[in-house]
Ligand binder design. Structure first.
Ligand code: GLU
Length: 450
């Protein structure tokens, strides 16, 4: 490996030894940058990689809130403002007991490259809390969101940092957080938070955007091989906002999601999630209890396999892990490779361990696409929401959808073109990393060293 990359990786490991998820993504990204670092010796002089791996700012704060029984709770809140060379910090907020500094930094680091790839003027950030919204009443969630924003508001703003949703944070939580922000600053500054409901400054199609964008990317990857999405069969994990968007778009385009996995096991519906009724049922099921997908099998009379993942099933054309990080380890990757399925399209942030990703990439019969590129549709429409807010207008669904399709097509094409230019062949993973890196690097070099 290039000596400069090796040194920065070693220093990053030594400095952040207790942050495994963060180190995992830094290793994955940096190790794919060799050709571009070799071609630009000036980056080492400007300490570019050292600066890129270090967040510009990290905020960690106390969130104190009262439950419905009058008891007080203390959670930890985070916002890692990673890199604003391309525009205001942008990225989601995650509420989940697993949230810690390592998770937020890994997500923030990924976000920098993802946001750069969209070609839109946004930097990268991520935030969250170890608060668990599951089983909490609406009033409790509202009080938590208000307490969280009471500290966060001083660090964000439409030209500074625009948070959005992520796991555990949807339209409801965003609404409560935006309401508290507006109350404190005393201005209808819509562009300070995205993912808002349309009635309060949100963009049409934002809830669907990540899933729709993932399918638009998939359409391009299939087209490259002379294939059509129509009739394709898919196995996925996750049926949250993103998974649901994928199912909806697949249904519209004539592809079928035959398998989907949740925390309790997986569903096998041989007809696919092919009706509005099924799509609506998934929304209701998730709202009632996000930990169990078994009710789908009971309602529609299909198979439910408890405590298993659907990695390795053979009667599909495409796998799409859309649940959470490190969902696919080496053991699952081997089953996936043995199944003979060609397309492995990551959707969730870092759903594959590094060794599993290396293994899958080495399989000659497979096409592997990285989540940084595939799931960029969500943040793209968030930025389109900021654009609508800035001009104080709402765009139609057709307008937003057309822009989203163009962005996803460009992301795919740019990744292919850059990988080829650097002699890497058809490498969608390295291509995406290099496209994102190059945009941020150019902006950082142009702005001088600080
Ligand atoms: N959390 C989403 C992501 O990982 C969306 C971020 C946003 O809309 O700012 O990209």
């Amino acid at each position: 490996m290039n000596k400069y990359i090796e040194r920065v990786l070693a220093d990053t490991k030594a400095k952040n030894a207790n942050e495994p998820e963060f180190l995992q993504t830094v290793e994955e990204v940096l190790s794919s940058l060799e050709p571009v670092i070799n071609a630009h010796p000036e980056y080492e002089k400007a300490a570019l990689l050292e600066r890129m791996v270090e967040p510009e700012r990290t905020v960690e704060f106390r969130v104190t809130w009262m439950d419905d029984n009058g008891e007080w709770h203390v959670n930890r809140g985070y916002r890692v403002q990673y890199n604003a060379a391309l525009g205001p910090y942008k990225g989601g907020i995650r509420f989940d007991p697993s949230v810690n500094l390592s998770i937020v930094k890994f997500l923030g680091f990924e976000q920098v490259f993802k946001d750069a790839m969209t070609g839109l003027p946004i930097g990268g950030a991520k935030g969250g809390s170890d608060f668990d919204p599951r089983g909490r009443s609406d009033a409790e969630v509202m009080r938590f969101c208000q307490a969280f924003m009471t500290e966060l508001y001083r660090h964000i703003g439409q030209d500074i940092d625009c948070p959005a949703g992520d796991l555990g944070v949807g339209g409801r939580e965003i609404g409560y957080m935006y309401g508290q922000y507006r109350r404190i600053v005393g201005a209808a500054e819509f562009g300070a938070v995205s993912g808002k409901a349309v009635c309060t400054g949100g963009s049409i199609l934002r809830p669907e955007a990540t899933g729709f964008g993932a399918v638009y990317y998939l359409v391009e990857a299939l087209k490259h091989d002379g294939e059509d999405i129509k009739g394709k069969r898919i196995a996925m994990s996750g049926y949250g906002n993103v998974g649901w968007g994928i199912m909806k778009k697949c249904h519209q385009l004539g592809a079928k999601v035959l398998y989907f996995a949740g925390p309790d096991g997986y569903i096998h519906d041989p007809d696919g999630v092919d009706t509005e009724e099924k799509l609506n049922f998934i929304l209701e099921m998730r709202a009632k209890d996000p930990m169990h997908c078994k009710p789908y099998a009971e309602k529609f009379g299909c198979e439910f396999v408890p405590n298993e993942k659907c990695w390795g099933v053979k009667d599909v054309d495409i796998y799409m892990p859309a649940a959470t990080q490190n969902d696919v380890n080496l053991e699952s990757a081997k089953k996936i490779a043995e199944s003979g399925v060609k397309y492995y399209i990551e959707v969730a942030n870092m759903p594959t361990t590094n060794e599993a990703l290396e293994f899958l990439k080495s399989q000659k019969h497979m096409v592997v696409a990285p989540s940084k590129a595939v799931n960029a549709g969500g943040v793209s429409v968030s930025e389109l929401e900021m654009a609508q807010n800035a001009e104080r207008l709402y765009w139609s669904a057709e307008e937003v959808d057309a822009k989203l399709q163009t962005i996803m097509k460009n992301i795919y094409n740019n990744s292919v073109e850059v990988a080829e230019r650097y002699g890497l062949g058809y490498d969608l993973v390295a291509g995406a990393n290099i496209v994102g890196f190059q945009k941020v690097a150019d902006a950082m070099m142009a702005q001088g060293i600080f």
